[in-house]
Design a protein around this ligand. Structure first.
Ligand SMILES: [Zn+2]
Length: 199
């Protein structure tokens, strides 16, 4: 391990469930499987932590995450190093059924613990269903918009169409509410970012 990586590992934000160091695994996973999965994660990857995935439990996708491995990343919110653990990934993609391209961008302190994340995800699914059948009350709609922004930032919500639908609903139902201004501002910044990239 490079000294610079070791130094970063020594200062990671501790994870309440998985600790504060990479977790070496005894699983036999082949290098090819690891290489095929690397595309999903930017950051320092630790081959020795790899565990096999059960792709039948994941959301269907052209590319599957065939293994999980600990990844050293930098928290977008607080700037500290954190580990997105292999076990945590299994939870995300096999239990919570998150999109395979989604990935942790915040450390666990800046995020929430897994339990809260699970609850929030369940609530988001309920709101999505209620939106489809037009049964969402105003308080729920406010929460739904907040959740949509949060899940977009976490790269859990990745369908722009859905984000736009939520924004439009908020605009129609709660035109003067701060949350509407918030999501409008949020999508405006996304558009600018997109246009800048394509220019
Ligand atoms: Zn953080």
């Amino acid at each position: 391990m490079k000294a610079s990586v070791r130094k970063r590992l020594e200062n990671v934000v501790p994870h309440p469930r998985y600790g504060k160091w990479i977790r070496t695994s005894d699983s036999k996973v082949d290098v090819d499987a690891i290489n095929r999965t690397r595309r999903f994660e930017r950051g320092e990857v630790f081959m020795e932590t790899a565990i096999p995935a059960d792709v039948t439990r994941q959301k269907p996708s052209v590319f599957q995450r065939v293994v999980y491995f600990d990844v050293l990343k930098i928290c977008r919110t607080c700037g500290r190093d954190f580990i997105f653990y292999a076990e945590e990934q299994r939870f995300w993609y096999e239990e919570l059924m998150f999109y395979l391209w989604s990935s942790a961008v915040d450390c666990c302190e800046c995020r929430q613990d897994a339990q809260q994340l699970r609850k929030r995800n369940e609530r988001f699914t309920q709101f999505s269903n209620a939106m489809a059948s037009e049964l969402l009350d105003d308080d729920s709609l406010v929460q739904f918009v907040e959740d949509a922004i949060f899940f977009w930032q976490e790269r859990i919500l990745i369908k722009r169409q859905k984000l736009n639908r939520i924004k439009n609903l908020s605009h129609r139902r709660l035109p003067d509410h701060p949350v509407t201004l918030k999501i409008e501002q949020f999508t405006r910044v996304l558009d600018q970012h997109c246009n800048a990239k394509n220019a």
